[in-house]
Design a protein around this ligand. Structure first.
Ligand SMILES: Cc1cc2nc3c(=O)[nH]c(=O)nc-3n(C[C@H](O)[C@H](O)[C@H](O)COP(=O)(O)OP(=O)(O)OC[C@H]3O[C@@H](n4cnc5c(N)ncnc54)[C@H](O)[C@@H]3O)c2cc1C
Length: 365
């Protein structure tokens, strides 16, 4: 978010300093990983479903600037063990907005995707737009564009911010002052701005190597969202040299962005247990790595893009679904900073509760 906002503000003529406590790209950041997913299916959240179209347009603008496309379209397979629910709401919303949804008979899934068992499934669908954003390559690209756009980088930890005066105090006692301060602190937000309604959530992911016989099927598989009653899991297929990854839909009950990223064997097993029924023979997959990454969770999972004092903005509360919107939200923030009218309307759109106000996004986006 910080890189995207810096890129967009610099393009508007701002002299931007990007302050980070770590060296960039930051391996401890929420954004750092091999992959992040983008999909239209959003349950009954029509605002975020519609925002995905604008996000794709913003990614296209980024690919054009980078001269490279760090995206692998895989399609999206959603599966559930009871009718209705998130799958039913997504299907209705998608069809209502004119998106194609291919219903799949659960019992036919294993013939099509041999890594799957249909046990307990009652519903499944496939949507074609959607896939894998190659996150670490995107961060490297954004860093390059920011550097080329004149953004200055400074390493240091902000211990306090005064958005009223666009000031930040650093751990070494230095004070930085500017005309505008944007706080995009990811899961560290609760440490820096404890009054904001955001908490950190420790999420465990496991990286696996499938058995040889299943590797071709996995390499061609869609991203998978399994919405079983116990919470289910998501699977990111091993595309473009990345590894197969499994993660958990549920939020953890706690977490702190400063805690170590290594996951314990028990934490890894908790994720594997969610997937064992759907992925038969999971014990024959090789566990390559298990680690934690942190979400910045807000009430109702709504993004917090809002003015903060007279000269500040906060970007946070991305609740495990922000990456796909990074370049879009950076552009929107820069537009809102330049126009107070848009600035008043941005928070509701970013919360998924209103359409984008005219003029917020580039025309045609
Ligand atoms: C396991 C996992 C899976 C996810 N899957 C998806 C997905 O499939 N699709 C999707 O759209 N989203 C997904 N997300 C969410 C998405 O990755 C995040 O919403 C997004 O990356 C947040 O970006 P950010 O810039 O706000 O935070 P970060 O990337 O964490 O960046 C915050 C930066 O602020 C710096 N910072 C913080 N505090 C200070 C301070 N006091 N002083 C100086 N610097 C500071 C940090 O060092 C860090 O570099 C996932 C997240 C996780 C953890």
């Amino acid at each position: 978010m910080g890189l995207s906002a810096a890129r967009a503000l610099a393009a508007q003529g701002w002299q931007v300093t990007l302050l980070d406590q770590d060296t960039l790209p930051n391996r401890r950041g929420s954004s750092h990983d091999q992959h992040r997913l983008i999909r239209h299916a959003y349950g009954a959240e029509l605002g975020y479903m519609a925002m995905v179209d604008h996000a794709f347009a913003a990614w296209d603008r980024l690919w054009a600037d980078l001269g490279a496309r760090h995206y692998v379209p895989t399609g999206v397979l959603a599966m559930a063990e009871s009718p209705g629910g998130w799958l039913g709401a997504s299907r209705a919303a998608l069809r209502g907005a004119g998106h194609a949804v291919q219903d799949l008979a659960p019992e036919a899934l294993p013939a099509r995707l041999p890594m799957l068992a249909a046990t307990g499934l009652t519903d499944a669908f496939l949507t074609v737009p959607g896939g894998v954003l190659l996150a670490d390559r995107i961060l490297a690209g954004l860093l390059r564009l920011c550097t080329a756009g004149g953004v200055q980088f400074r390493q240091g930890r902000a211990t306090a911010v005064e958005p009223e005066y666009a000031r930040a105090t650093l751990a070494d006692g230095t004070t930085l002052a500017a005309d505008l301060l944007v706080v995009a602190a990811g899961p560290w937000l609760p440490r820096l701005l404890p009054a904001q309604p955001v908490r950190a959530s420790r999420q465990v992911i496991v990286m696996l190597e499938p058995p040889a016989a299943l590797r071709p099927a996995w390499a061609a598989a869609p991203m998978m969202l399994d919405l079983a009653g116990d919470g289910g899991f998501y699977a990111v297929p091993p595309v473009a040299g990345t590894t197969l990854k499994l993660g958990d839909h549920r939020f953890a009950s706690g977490g702190d962005a400063e805690e170590p990223r290594d996951a314990t064997p028990a934490e890894a097993e908790e994720i594997l247990a969610l997937a064992r029924r759907r992925l038969p023979g999971l014990d024959r997959y090789r566990l390559l790595e298990a680690r934690a990454c942190h979400y910045d969770v807000s009430p109702y999972e709504r993004f917090l893009l809002a003015p903060l004092g007279a000269r500040g903005w906060v970007m946070g509360g991305f609740s495990g679904h922000g990456f796909k919107f990074g370049p879009l939200l950076g552009e929107a923030l820069a537009a809102a900073v330049a126009d107070p009218h848009l600035g008043r309307l941005l928070p509701e759109w970013a919360a998924g509760l209103a359409p984008p106000p005219p003029g917020l996004l580039p025309s045609g986006a």
